[in-house]
Write a protein that binds this ligand. Structure first.
Ligand SMILES: C[S@@+](CC[C@H](N)C(=O)[O-])C[C@H]1O[C@@H](n2cnc3c(N)ncnc32)[C@H](O)[C@@H]1O
Length: 243
């Protein structure tokens, strides 16, 4: 195969990756939020809070939350007065998000099914673009980054929250054992789907290291790029500006 990308430990065509990632998220959509709390001991909430604080959303700004899934980032942005479009390739994830938004009385969000690689939005449509735990699931990361650049206005900012590789000795070994032994079992017990959570672990391992990913963001055209490691890099916030 000429053009292959990683799906967990396998190398597959980008089209096959998109379809298999689709199956993963359709399978876990209803238990997705509970699983996030179980796997991270609730810490994902703190990472998401920190991510949104770093972005500093302003009242009335137009923000695209890509791979927005069940809305965790979008709700935080909307709480700060931003005008938010939540996009995801998977309708099952968006449906759970919509239900949650209704329960919270948040009716001002736009929900739009989109593939991060080929957005239907016009050039220069948004002030900021966020993507949390989404980019490693995309077939062509470079295409998603250049679409992010295209839809941002001049002065727009790109913010990405993603798992990465921790560089803390000691913690790294414990984290590896936890990822291999505990996460798939939690997936099986809580979401009834061990394979999807094995994919999650493997996709994290195969995603580019923090500085390699930062270089990809620069290649897409962003400047003033930064990376902020959390837990030694187990999670990282990458950012860049379109000037
Ligand atoms: C781990 S979830 C993250 C959801 C949410 N951002 C959060 O932080 O809870 C990853 C999301 O990426 C979405 N996704 C995967 N490939 C995508 C693509 N090519 N375009 C848009 N969304 C995609 C999945 O459907 C899924 O909802």
């Amino acid at each position: 195969m000429n053009d292959t990308v990683s799906f967990g430990l396998e190398d597959v065509s980008p089209e096959e990756k998109t379809s298999r990632v689709g199956a993963v998220f359709s399978s876990v959509a209803k238990r997705y939020d509970i699983m996030n709390d179980a796997m991270s001991g609730g810490m994902h909430r703190l990472w998401k809070d920190r991510f949104v604080r770093r972005l500093k959303p302003r009242e009335g700004e137009e923000i695209l939350d890509m791979a927005g899934g069940t809305g965790d980032i979008a709700f935080r942005l909307a709480d700060r007065g931003a005008i938010v479009t939540v996009s995801d390739i998977n309708q099952d994830m968006l449906d759970v998000g919509l239900e949650r938004a209704v329960k919270r009385g948040l009716d001002g969000l736009v929900w739009s099914r989109q593939d991060a690689e080929v957005l239907t939005f016009g050039d220069k449509s948004f002030d900021a673009y966020t993507i949390a735990f989404g980019i490693r699931n995309v077939g062509h990361v470079d295409r998603a980054l250049s679409e992010a650049f295209r839809v941002l206005r001049r002065g727009g900012r790109f913010f990405c929250l993603e798992f990465s590789t921790t560089e803390w000795p000691g913690f790294k070994e414990a984290y590896d054992v936890y990822s291999d032994k505990v996460i798939p079992k939690l997936g099986s017990a809580i979401a009834g789907d061990e394979a999807s959570y094995r994919y999650l672990v493997e996709s994290i391992r195969r995603f580019p290291k923090m500085h390699e990913f930062e270089a990809l963001i620069r290649t897409a055209g962003f400047t003033n790029t930064k990376v902020e490691p959390i837990l030694g890099g187990a999670v990282a916030i990458h950012s860049g500006w379109k000037v």
